[in-house]
Design a protein around this ligand. Structure first.
Ligand code: HEM
Length: 202
């Protein structure tokens, strides 16, 4: 449930505080890093349950995912695209305590290997690093674009990771979130294909 509330809040923040998010992005990154360090330090505390169970990190990440599936040139897509980089960086920082905590639980033999979570997180590392403008500028646009396509492996891996590792009501929320994403994405790609086709024959 947390991930849905976080996602809605972030969409509203993107609509009403778009410029502020971009202007104060460095401060947001520092703030989220401090929160993540504190949460990892006190990971069992009830206060940090949304971080321990991945709800906060996934909520932020879901907005990044959804942005790429929204209707071409729609107002919401244009608005969210402006803060997508910032949200993908904040999402990675926010999910890190969850990944590390669960990884330690696996290393200590407390849980079975959550392989899809580990693969998703591992792929998110280069995507995170290349989200920073200073790094992105050092890459050709084509290389950067090719790397970003690995995000689709993350999306598919996460959809299974979350469905396998959650119970109701969260389980139902993840089904709705991922079904919504995949339906919108298919519609977006079909429209994009039709656009390129009609341009070819124009
Ligand atoms: C090293 C990487 C990861 C590991 C080892 C891992 C491990 C786990 C485990 C063991 C659970 C079950 C937790 C429980 O029921 O107590 C879980 C649940 C979850 N994970 Fe991960 N995970 C990883 C990466 C990720 C990533 C990258 C995301 C999202 C971006 C994510 C989001 C979630 C969410 C939302 C849940 C469901 C919690 C719930 O609603 O009950 N995980 N993960």
């Amino acid at each position: 449930m947390i991930s849905l509330i976080v996602a809605i809040l972030l969409v509203l923040l993107a609509i009403y505080f778009n410029e502020g998010i971009r202007k104060y992005s460095q401060l947001l990154y520092i703030g989220m890093t401090l929160l993540s360090i504190l949460a990892f330090w006190q990971i069992e505390a009830t206060l940090f349950t949304p971080i321990r169970l991945g709800g906060l990190g996934f909520g932020i990440f879901y907005v990044v995912m959804l942005t790429g599936a929204l209707k071409h040139k729609s107002k919401l897509r244009i608005t969210l695209m402006k803060v997508r980089m910032e949200y993908s960086i904040l999402g990675f920082i926010a999910i890190t305590p969850h990944a590390l905590y669960q990884l330690l639980k696996y290393i200590n033999g407390d849980i079975a290997i959550p392989i899809l979570g580990i693969i998703a997180y591992a792929i998110m590392i280069p995507l995170f690093i290349t989200s920073f403008r200073v790094i992105r500028k050092k890459m050709t646009y084509q290389n950067w674009k090719t790397l970003q396509r690995f995000a689709y492996i993350v999306y598919i891996g996460l959809s299974i990771h979350l469905i396998l590792n959650s119970a109701l009501p969260n389980f139902a929320v993840y089904i709705i979130e991922f079904a919504g994403y995949f339906i919108l994405k298919v519609m977006y790609e079909v429209k994009r294909y039709q656009r390129t086709k009609s341009k070819q024959f124009a």
